[in-house]
Design a protein around this ligand. Structure first.
Ligand code: DAH
Length: 335
């Protein structure tokens, strides 16, 4: 019994790692351990022998268990100390970089557009991207045989609705939602069934603006457009107004911006013309006012539909529209 004890306790003392100690414990006290086997043999002894030997074996078991528990603490401390000794704190190392998030350039431009219009008393509204044909077309005075309705331009949904091809449906909705007079803008995504290239994307962004009042004029509209563009670019802008046709405005205009990249000298962004076509607008057509549930004899309005994606490209001099929706972090991290 003493020989056994010495052997077991020597093994415990010799274990220098947690793993080695665990091995010793299993070898002696485990289900198939040496001591466990000896305890099992007790059954074959006479009652007297069994008692004496049983007592001795149980004492031995307790001693081994205690020794293992104590050794465990010492070994764990030694292991920790060894690990700490291998690690050095170098207070001169640079700190961990904090990875700050970035706002997408589109978000930045939308924010500044909203900021400008909020200061002029405009509501900011959000309208559905899946639209009825009525709001996307008929309500805007776009007849059933208009080429815009072709499936080459428009994504038709299985339920007969469409992915809105512009933010203009918000005009009719806003007239029905708000009590005139009012002013509102509605920024958002629009969709066109289009082959993509550097200047065409199937998904892009517009912001629509609408002001309804008893007497509004092209001068009001122009002033608001100038305020918008000066606000977004943070410096004076030059614009020109040309006639343009859109079924939902009369008269309709194309507002061109003197190229902010080359200041009008001519560059690839403005296709060497010095001007960028940016902002279609006009006075709201009486039919559209009527579809909005208002009396065109009493209410007038002006509206614009700004190509946000184009504006972002202008402001940050991005030469390919496909970057905007690419989801490429290398792109976003530049802003
Ligand atoms: N909805 C037109 C488009 O996507 C743009 C537009 C033109 C909007 C004239 C307007 C407007 O509000 O007055 O092409």
């Amino acid at each position: 019994m003493e020989a056994l004890r010495t052997e077991a306790l020597d093994e415990v003392a010799a274990a220098t790692t947690t793993a080695a100690l665990k091995d010793v414990e299993v070898r002696w006290l485990g289900k198939k351990g040496r001591l466990t086997a000896l305890l099992k043999e007790l059954g074959g002894l006479s009652p007297d022998d069994r008692k004496a030997r049983g007592q001795a074996l149980n004492e031995l078991k307790r001693d081994i268990t205690d020794a293992v528990a104590q050794r465990e603490i010492a070994v764990a401390q030694a292991e920790l100390a060894a690990q700490a000794a291998g690690e050095r704190l170098d207070p001169t190392l640079p700190g961990l970089p904090v990875d700050a998030g970035r706002l997408h350039p589109l978000t930045r431009v939308i924010d500044s557009v909203e900021d400008v219009f909020e200061r002029m008393g405009f509501h900011i509204l959000d309208y559905p991207e899946a639209e009825t044909e009525f709001f996307n077309f008929d309500g805007l005075n776009i007849p059933a045989d208009h080429p815009a309705r072709d499936t080459q331009d428009t994504f038709y949904l299985a339920d007969g609705n469409v992915l809105r091809t512009h933010t203009s449906p918000g005009q009719v909705r806003a007239m029905r939602d708000l009590k005139p007079p009012f002013r509102a803008i509605f920024p958002g995504r629009v969709y066109r069934c289009e082959a993509t290239d550097a200047s065409h994307e199937h998904t892009f962004h517009q912001v629509e603006g609408l002001m309804i009042d008893r007497h509004v004029s092209v001068a009001h509209m122009l002033h608001s457009m100038m305020t918008l563009l000066t606000g977004v670019f943070g410096r004076p802008v030059q614009v020109r107004l040309r006639p343009g046709f859109f079924p939902f405005v009369e008269p309709g205009f194309e507002l061109d911006l003197r190229c902010m990249v080359c200041e009008g000298a001519g560059c690839p962004v403005c296709k060497r013309s010095g001007w960028v076509e940016l902002l279609p607008c006009g006075l709201v057509h009486p039919n559209v006012i009527r579809h909005g549930g208002l009396d065109p004899e009493e209410w007038e309005g002006w509206a614009f539909g700004l190509g946000l994606s184009r504006l972002v490209m202008m402001r940050y001099q991005i030469d390919d529209i496909r970057w905007l929706m690419s989801g490429d972090l290398r792109f976003v991290r530049q802003f």
